[in-house]
Ligand binder design. Structure first.
Ligand code: HEM
Length: 542
């Protein structure tokens, strides 16, 4: 009895003392932990690349403008050097401002710099991890990339040249007959190349449903991918809430169903034509034929083959718009390229692929267009590093988001003296093989643009023929004065292109006009082998 009584009493005393003991010890422990975390983070931060000071919890979020952040990044690169760091919330961000830094990390250390940051809404909820561009480095991405590589590698890209050449003749005819809408024609050209290579169906107008539906899907994807728009991007644990409480989910999930319906419909159309033997050679048919070997589900194929749509149209059409802008500001460059074309090609036929190696100035002009105002202004989709790393004594923590800021890289005065000047000669005067090849605008390492060869072929044929056939001249005001568009007025977004501007697109000679008319008549016949998307798919309703 006494023992039991003593025990109960002890327990009571212990219970009473417990909160006190806990409080007495826990508070210093907590303070110790916080202090340790602060000091550790300070030490780690101190060893990271230099950068602007941020605030607790939000880091540098308040200092990074939501409009054209690449300009601020380029300023910080000037201030802090070729590599600086900042924090967006708790995520470390590394910004590379020279090609050398980008090559050193994203290419030479490609094994650890080829992942992507987590895209919770755009990549996981909206796309169910089916869009490889946003997938982290790993098995899923490898499978996706293999399919695209086998359909777009340099030798395979040769197969599409005939189609690109014919689509380019249509473009020339559109510029001849409706020059005011040049921007829409450039878009149609890029879209038709994408749909023909993917689904074996071409488009006659940028207004066609297949283009519009895909563009809407892409616009929605871009609109959810804005940093800071969704709390769940910074606090992914919100995904553990019961589904009905995940308020951010219903809208992107609804869009996912629309995307699936569209992409499956396009896949089924190719499969139907494969069954009746009428499908032309295209990426989808090739992927369906190799389905068992690649181990992909139908849905995975449907998403994978749609990649040229998301990544290949705005980039190609936007780069051509940049060419138009540059020609308005640098008419002497245009004249010099025209002289070369006249000398090599003459005036009675269109330039063709086989002329390419005899047109060094024109090739340099294309490189300069990609450099002067790079369309993928932040280096495309950012990379992420998968293990802790040290570069030139600076600590780069695992999980950092890494941007190759093309706004700074392409205007680095050491590599490109007088960077704002549009001067194709810089590519002819250099001995640096990396500038002669100039893969830089297409990204880095294992993530380098998989459509690069196709894009180069589209750019070459269209730039050569447009410059050969037309003068691109400033629009005139009512007094006959030239209206020159602002050379810095560009859109906000991962693909930054010139804000629409007016210009005059005028055939250079009667012979050029006649040549386009002639070539167009014959191109119409040859294009017949790719059925139009409008006639055969128009019944699809979203
Ligand atoms: C002027 C035209 C183009 C430019 C300047 C361009 C540029 C880029 C850049 C900078 C990247 C990011 C690379 C990196 O993360 O390091 C990229 C990725 C990509 N591009 Fe392009 N691109 C163009 C056209 C195309 C075309 C025509 C296609 C498809 C037919 C395409 C498909 C892709 C894909 C699928 C990726 C993602 C690769 C991956 O995450 O593994 N691009 N592009």
């Amino acid at each position: 009895m006494t023992l039991l009584h003593d025990l109960t009493e002890d327990l009571g005393t212990f219970r009473k003392a417990l909160p006190h003991v806990v409080l007495e010890n826990a508070i210093p422990l907590l303070i110790g932990l916080v202090a340790y975390a602060v000091v550790a983070s300070y030490v780690r931060r101190r060893n990271m690349p230099p950068g602007p000071h941020g605030l607790p919890f939000i880091g540098n979020k308040h200092q990074v403008p939501s409009i054209k952040p690449w300009r601020k990044f380029a300023e910080w690169n000037k201030q802090y050097g070729p590599i600086f760091s900042l924090h967006l919330g708790s995520t470390p961000v590394i910004v590379l401002g020279t090609a050398q830094a980008a090559w050193d990390l994203l290419e030479k250390r490609s094994d650890i710099y080829s992942s992507r940051p987590r895209f919770v809404v755009a990549g996981e909820i909206l796309s169910d991890n089916m869009r490889g561009l946003m997938l982290p480095y790993g098995e899923g991405w490898r499978k996706w990339r293999k399919v695209l590589h086998s359909g777009l590698h340099s030798r395979r890209a040769e197969d599409y040249k005939e189609m690109q050449s014919l689509e380019c003749i249509v473009l020339l005819h559109e510029l001849l007959t409706d020059p005011a809408n040049y921007e829409r024609h450039l878009q149609r050209f890029a879209a038709s190349v994408a749909t023909t290579l993917t689904y074996g169906r071409r488009v006659d107008s940028a207004d066609e449903w297949i283009v519009k539906e895909n563009m809407e899907a892409m616009d929605y994807l871009t609109s959810v991918n804005i940093p800071g728009k969704y709390l769940v991007e910074s606090w992914p644990w919100l995904l553990k809430l019961p589904r009905p409480l995940q308020w951010f989910r219903p809208e992107p999930e609804e869009h996912r169903q629309r995307d699936i319906a569209l992409l499956t419909h396009l896949l089924d159309d190719v499969k139907k034509r494969m069954a009746d033997g009428t499908a032309p050679d295209c990426l989808t048919a090739q992927t369906v034929n190799e389905q068992a070997k690649n181990g992909l589900s139908d849905l995975e194929i449907a998403y994978t083959v749609s990649s040229p749509f998301g990544a290949g149209i705005e980039t190609t059409a936007g780069t051509l718009c940049i060419l138009f802008l540059a020609m308005l500001h640098y008419p002497d460059v245009m004249r010099k390229a025209q002289e070369e074309l006249d000398r090599v090609v003459g005036q009675d036929r269109l330039p063709d692929y086989h002329d390419c190696e005899n047109l060094p100035y024109l090739n340099a002009l294309i490189n300069e267009t990609l450099r002067w105002r790079p369309i993928a202004i932040l280096g495309g989709t950012p990379h992420a590093v998968t293990t802790d790393d040290v570069y030139q004594g600076m600590y780069i923590p695992k999980g950092s988001t890494v941007f190759a800021n093309f706004a700074g890289i392409m205007h680095d005065p050491e590599m490109f003296p007088n960077p704002d000047e549009f001067r194709p000669e810089r590519f002819l005067e250099t001995d640096d093989p990396r500038l002669r090849d100039f893969e830089l605008p297409f990204g880095f390492g294992r993530r380098i643009c998989v459509g690069m060869h196709l894009a180069r072929n589209s750019l070459y044929i269209s730039v050569a023929r447009i410059i050969w056939a037309f003068d691109i001249l400033p629009a005139r005001d009512e007094h006959g004065g030239e209206i020159l568009p602002d050379r810095w007025d560009f859109t906000n977004g991962f693909n930054s292109k010139p804000v629409s501007f007016r210009c005059i697109v005028k055939p250079r000679t009667v012979r050029a006009t006649e040549c386009i008319q002639r070539e167009w008549e014959s191109a119409k016949e040859h294009l017949g082998k790719w059925e139009s998307a409008k006639e055969h798919l128009g019944k699809w309703q979203s």
